[in-house]
Ligand binder design. Structure first.
Ligand SMILES: [Zn+2]
Ligand SMILES: [Zn+2]
Length: 265
């Protein structure tokens, strides 16, 4: 006799199989049938590597303890960030599909990159202090349009694998911000400066912020600021991808490629 859970699992599995037969998945990068992201394209993700700033994790010409960007911030505001991949090629396309082409099923396929980077330095030592994972929240209006928060889907799949609790309710968007696309560093900071609020539950907690793309870091910084104001003990951040730039010190508008990036959107 099947239990209700077994029956539901059976129906779900056969529904998925039937759906795949009727509408077989196709690799969003190379269009190969049978995969949403085929093994060849999945392997094309470019790791960030070791030549980075030890704080923000951005690529640097040589490994750097504290890049010019991070030096502009005093230490409580400095955020330790690591990204799993460079935001280009297959990963960039996969993230775009996750965010803008109504394919939430892409998130579990991308979570393994986050898991992989989380097993490396500096997380190996920081992991034991991290009590929870908090996705960067999406404003309710954008959530209503998209139907899901891609950062939360990534965080959920990540948490299942690393066995950490997920607490999306610890951070909220307080006001509607315009998309970060096309804004330079200062405009991005101003756009999201007070956009977030943190729940009292963050008081005394150490947690990992999680987002899809790290461009200037304005969104992550604003989240961390809100959490610190609410008494959070320590905040770290992990993103799926980061801009392939050595530095964002200049205040010039981002280049053409960067203008199509979309953190905070
Ligand atoms: Zn492919
Ligand atoms: Zn830095």
């Amino acid at each position: 006799m099947l239990t209700i859970t077994q029956t539901l699992n059976w129906c779900n599995r056969h529904y998925q199989n039937g759906k795949d037969l009727l509408f077989p998945p196709q690799c969003v990068v190379c269009q190969q049938w049978g995969y949403l992201l085929c093994p060849t394209c999945a392997q094309r993700a470019e790791p960030v590597g070791d030549s980075i700033c030890a704080w923000c994790g951005r690529r640097q010409p040589t490994p750097t303890a504290c890049c010019a960007n991070c030096q502009q911030q005093t230490e409580p505001a400095r955020l330790l960030v690591r990204a799993a991949t460079i935001h280009n090629g297959a990963i960039r396309q996969a993230i775009h599909v996750l965010k803008y082409e109504a394919k939430p099923e892409m998130a579990p396929l991308l979570a393994p990159y986050l898991v992989a980077v989380f097993s490396q330095a500096p997380w190996a030592t920081l992991q034991r202090d991290i009590e929870a994972v908090v996705p960067v929240p999406l404003h309710t209006e954008r959530l209503a349009t998209r139907g899901y928060n891609q950062a939360e889907l990534l965080a959920r799949a990540f948490c299942q694998r690393v066995k950490l609790p997920l607490h999306p309710e610890w951070l909220q968007r307080q006001q509607y911000t315009q998309s970060q696309v096309g804004l330079n560093r200062e405009q991005r900071q101003a756009n999201v400066a007070d956009a977030f609020g943190a729940a009292p539950a963050v008081a005394g907690r150490t947690f990992l912020l999680l987002d899809d793309v790290y461009t200037t870091g304005a969104t992550l910084q604003a989240c961390a600021k809100a959490a610190r104001l609410a008494g959070a003990r320590q905040i770290f951040a992990l993103t799926l991808a980061t801009a392939d730039h050595f530095d964002f010190t200049g205040d010039q508008p981002l280049n053409d490629q960067a203008q199509t990036w979309s953190d905070g959107a």
